[in-house]
Ligand binder design. Structure first.
Ligand SMILES: C[S@@+](CC[C@H](N)C(=O)[O-])C[C@H]1O[C@@H](n2cnc3c(N)ncnc32)[C@H](O)[C@@H]1O
Ligand code: SF4
Length: 456
């Protein structure tokens, strides 16, 4: 348990480090032409594997806490125009990718991908299957809102090749869901999980702590309900309150939002319930069954991470992203598509990559990214191990990351890390404050312009 004073001391606005550098460094001088060049170069860079990300921005109702990039609409004409553009974008970019490279992951995120009907989902998947090389090991995942799932829909998802389904539960308590304007699941979760499991898919459940009316007791009750149905993974997100970006989140302020120490209690009691039930903690907020590939990767220290969440070194690919706002994550660049749906459709229809901004990574970025990923994923940094992986010396690595042991000492005194000259290890307490630890290896943090959400 972290005490209140420590919480106060370290609850700072810091990047989440889902990318390095953080998305706040992306800029508009990076053009569609730069992206196409980066895609062509990526064919000769590592990792060789391809990850595909598809963004479906539509939701039929706005959850007031939502921090995702969504567009509230039930307009099927708009859906169709978007899907046609998405398929065109897939064809356009596939023309620049070496299609003999293996596809290890296909991830559908949103918004609510299952706001589309299954005919629409199948059309998009067929466009992917037509161009890209997938096999039985390809992980094909979709983030689903359980309010819109039916037996028939799940059946068709399985038949189309989906083998990993993430369900946004957020909380089982109907009063809490009502307060955040969210419908509960249409089918009992146990029935959804049974059907998915029988069809060979694995299941992840998402929860959020820090919503109005949640208490440590109520949140733990929700987590206990989740444990009962034994999903492969459970994710507990700390509610990110960023009303300066997401104006609708202000609505939640009128009912009172739990403070950081209350949130920490929710997280800790939920976490304890999951650990007692045998789940393995992965990074800050993921929990997986011991036999899940993430738990195995953590044990073997081959855990990795991208914008879509955790993955293993085997499944890690360079990410080619499609759809409005989607972010590609290549070895040498990040590129983000426009967030404006009409502009997105227009650019693609004109045969142009719909890039709004991006960032060309240099050697420093690639090095820092490796170090920060290692700490965030594997809770440890062995300088020699990482240095040899990227053909650098330990001294070069320390210089590039601006490593200063004097800045680590106070964290060691607070028992967040232990370290010597060869290795840094994050303590169980330090895992709660992993962003604060990662920030010590981020030479760009001083020049970051924008606001980040607080670490807790
Ligand atoms: C794109 S949504 C998942 C799919 C679907 N739209 C749904 O809500 O079920 C991804 C996840 O992000 C999380 N999330 C959304 N807004 C958040 C916020 N403001 N803070 C923390 N987590 C958030 C939720 O747990 C959600 O399940
Ligand atoms: S359904 Fe998911 S993406 Fe849509 S508003 Fe709710 S949380 Fe956001």
């Amino acid at each position: 348990m972290i005490d209140k004073n420590l919480l106060k001391k370290y609850n700072l606005p810091l990047p989440r480090y889902t990318s390095y550098p953080p998305a706040t460094f992306f800029h508009e001088e990076f053009t569609a032409g730069d992206y196409i060049k980066a895609v062509e170069e990526s064919n000769h860079e590592k990792p060789e594997a391809i990850s595909l990300y598809l963004h479906i921005p539509f939701c039929t109702q706005l959850c007031f806490y939502c921090g995702c990039t969504t567009h509230i609409s039930r307009n099927n004409t708009l859906y169709e125009d978007y899907i046609n553009a998405l398929i065109k974008e897939i064809e356009l970019i596939a023309g620049h990718i070496d299609l003999s490279r293996p596809v290890t992951q296909i991830h559908w995120g949103g918004g609510t991908p299952n706001a589309l009907n299954m005919d629409q989902v199948e059309r998009i998947m067929n466009a992917i299957y037509k161009h890209f090389k997938t096999d039985a090991h390809t992980e094909i995942a979709m983030e689903c809102n359980p309010a819109y799932l039916t037996v028939e829909y799940i059946d068709r998802l399985l038949k189309t090749g989906f083998n990993r389904i993430s369900l946004g539960i957020q909380d089982f308590d109907k009063k809490i869901l009502l307060a955040v304007n969210r419908e509960p699941s249409a089918m009992p979760i146990s029935q959804i999980i049974n059907q998915l499991r029988t069809g060979g898919a694995s299941v992840n459940l998402d929860f959020i702590y820090g919503l109005p009316y949640q208490t440590p007791e109520s949140f733990t009750k929700s987590i206990e309900q989740a444990i009962e149905v034994r999903p492969d993974r459970i994710v507990t997100f700390s509610y990110a309150h960023v009303p300066w970006v997401k104006n609708h989140q202000k609505t939640l302020e009128k009912n009172g939002i739990p403070g950081p120490d209350e949130k920490m209690k929710m997280f800790e009691s939920g976490r304890k319930a999951m650990l007692d039930a045998g789940y393995i903690p992965i990074g800050m907020d993921h929990f997986a069954l011991p036999e899940d590939q993430l738990s195995v990767a953590l044990k073997n220290r081959t855990l990795h991470r991208n914008f879509q969440g955790y993955c293993t070194r085997e499944t890690t690919g360079q990410v080619y992203a499609f759809g409005m706002s989607a972010i590609s994550q290549l070895h040498n660049a990040y590129a983000q598509n426009t967030k404006n749906i009409p502009k997105y459709i227009e650019a693609v229809n004109n045969g142009k990559a719909p890039i709004e901004k991006g960032y060309r990574t240099d050697e420093t970025d690639v090095t820092v990214r490796e170090v920060i990923n290692e700490i965030m994923c594997n809770n440890r940094l062995n300088w020699m191990e990482v240095a040899s992986r990227i053909n650098k010396t330990v001294n070069e690595l320390k210089t590039i990351t601006g490593f200063d042991p004097d800045r680590l000492t106070p964290l060691a005194e607070d028992e967040l890390v232990t370290f010597d000259q060869d290795e840094i290890n994050v303590t169980p307490k330090g895992r709660f404050l992993i962003r604060n630890i990662a920030a010590l290896f981020d030479p760009k943090l001083k020049t970051a312009k924008k606001q980040f959400s607080k670490t807790i």
